[in-house]
Design a protein around this ligand. Structure first.
Ligand SMILES: Cc1cc2nc3c(=O)[nH]c(=O)nc-3n(C[C@H](O)[C@H](O)[C@H](O)COP(=O)(O)OP(=O)(O)OC[C@H]3O[C@@H](n4cnc5c(N)ncnc54)[C@H](O)[C@@H]3O)c2cc1C
Length: 493
């Protein structure tokens, strides 16, 4: 009997994770990526002597990647070198204070004590509380396709569902963090974790306080050579398992007969498949790749996209030892920043500035007298009326002025530059309204309203990636690929 076939749409990490698992299980897998390279939002660019990761810069939960390699039958350490980062991030507060964060509890407590001695105990209590949320939710929300009623109703998950109040879903991240910490700088620091899945700390449920536990309890990592090495490694594994990879191959339609999918169409060619695993943004797929299903589209329009971003890649011809590998320069008024982004859907007047410099860890990423700066600002998702060309010029000036105030006068040191706006994220990766993490978690019910890994409308159609369960970020999209592949395998070979 012939192996069943799967057509995978897109070459992002969710899709690659699913494709690798399916190939390992014995399916005949073909993957179609519209861009010339794989990886989607995990991407890299070389500008003269400077090399940049253009998307993800911080890796958390690397065990998820180890598990994928184990499943595939490969040894991760032969492909990838995970480097624990310490300090994880250097924070610059509006009042001039600077703090280094660390997953080393002693170092972290010392850093907090220097900022606010009263809050050391609060940190211990907060970390315990965040760990409890992790213990109660990690398996059920991160590893289970929760829209599959039978799987959700397992005995051990019922315990969590009955103890929902313990995962703090009724307060916002900000309300909860403010109860723990007295120093507003620490409130701002821990509020920031809501942005790790593209959400607003002033709206998102406090359940997202699981994220600081993931960073401080489990550690923050970099991949030697750049985050993009992960894509190289997964591509190598996929090829080794026989996945047929087609790049510069845009899927024009996911073919179906109203009940079941039967393949895809690429460059006018019809490719038959028993299953379709869509790793492209699911909201965009329902709008652009799947005919009919109008009702579903209207429903999807109600899901709020996540944050978008504006990125400046700067090749800086100078060394700045006062900066660490990861740096955050906080805005003076976080609530106004998020109000402007999520409620007014405007470019914030005073953005928080994130700077990642991989040449601090990999000297070869910049000339000996230079540094490769990846500068990311949180931005609203695309809505009509925004004027990105104008805003890019304004933001560039705002960022350079703020950097100068802090003693980093780099305006004349920028040798090479490349800029991405939300329009570029939409164009490059076909992400819904330029969102960079899929769907936001700004409502208490998002975890359940996010699209499932298995379509309820069309048999044979499955989804992976940031726009579907369990959400955005490297580890979660890899887990989404696992869930989709498991569901396909359960359905039959
Ligand atoms: C600036 C930025 C910073 C980030 N920082 C971090 C971070 O520090 N840590 C972290 O964990 N995460 C971070 N993320 C998020 C993380 O990168 C994403 O959540 C994750 O990579 C998304 O994976 P995905 O599986 O959803 O696929 P995507 O990356 O969305 O890829 C989808 C792929 O499908 C392709 N495609 C779409 N439509 C079609 C079609 N019709 N035919 C063929 N191909 C198609 C696209 O071209 C794309 O390659 C960041 C993202 C960005 C953009």
């Amino acid at each position: 009997m012939e192996n069943k076939t799967v057509a995978v749409v897109g070459g992002g990490l969710g899709a690659l994770s699913g494709a690798i698992r399916l190939a390992r299980l014995g399916f005949a897998v073909q993957l179609f990526e519209k861009n010339p390279t794989l990886g989607g939002k995990v991407n890299e660019v070389v500008l003269t002597d400077y090399r940049f990761d253009t998307g993800a810069s911080l890796l958390t939960m690397p065990s998820v990647i180890d598990e994928l390699f184990d499943f595939a039958g490969f040894k991760r350490s032969n492909y990838l070198d995970f480097v624990r980062i310490d300090p994880i991030c250097r924070y610059f507060f509006p009042d001039g204070a600077v703090m280094d964060t660390s997953a080393d509890k002693k170092k972290m407590k010392t850093a907090i004590a220097q900022l606010s001695a009263n809050d050391v105990k609060a940190y211990e209590a907060f970390l315990k509380y965040a760990e409890r949320i992790h213990d109660l939710t990690a398996e059920i929300f991160m590893s289970t396709p929760i829209h599959e009623f039978g799987k959700l109703m397992r005995h051990r998950y019922l315990r969590t569902l009955f103890r929902l109040h313990q995962i703090d879903p009724f307060r916002t991240v900000h309300q909860s963090v403010s109860r723990f910490f007295s120093d507003p700088r620490l409130v701002q620091l821990f509020d920031r974790y809501a942005t790790y899945n593209g959400s607003d700390p002033f709206q998102a449920p406090a359940t997202l306080n699981i994220i600081p536990y993931i960073e401080y309890g489990l550690g923050g990592y970099y991949i030697k050579g750049g985050i993009y090495r992960l894509v190289d490694a997964l591509t190598a594994v996929a090829y080794a398992l026989g996945v047929q990879i087609h790049t510069s191959a845009k899927v024009e339609t996911i073919r179906h007969d109203g009940k079941r999918v039967n393949g895809v169409q690429v460059n006018g060619d019809k490719i038959d498949a028993d299953y379709v695993l869509c790793g492209a943004d699911a909201v965009v797929a329902y709008h652009e790749l799947l005919e009919g299903l109008q009702h579903q589209r209207e429903k999807l329009n109600q899901l709020e996209p996540s944050l978008s971003g504006m990125v400046f890649l700067w090749g800086v011809k100078a060394k700045h030892p006062a900066l660490a590998h990861h740096n955050i320069i906080f805005s003076g008024d976080y609530s106004t920043e998020f109000k402007q982004i999520f409620r007014d859907r405007q470019v914030p007047d005073e953005p928080t500035i994130y700077i990642a410099i991989t040449s601090k860890a990999d000297a070869a990423h910049a000339p000996t007298d230079g540094e490769n700066w990846f500068v990311l600002l949180n931005m609203p998702y695309l809505v009509p009326g925004q004027r990105w060309e104008k805003e890019t010029i304004r933001m560039r000036r705002v960022v350079l002025d703020r950097l100068k105030q802090l003693g980093f006068d780099i305006a004349d040191q920028i040798e090479v530059e490349h800029i991405y706006t939300p329009e570029d994220f939409s164009e490059l990766y076909a992400s819904n309204q330029g969102s960079i993490y899929g769907v936001s978690s700004n409502s208490k019910t998002t975890a359940f309203r996010r699209l499932p890994n298995r379509s309820r409308l069309l048999d044979g159609l499955y989804f992976a990636g940031g726009s579907v369960h369990p959400g955005g970020g490297i580890p979660l999209v890899i887990l989404s690929g696992k869930m989709a592949a498991t569901l396909i395998a359960e359905n039959g070979f």
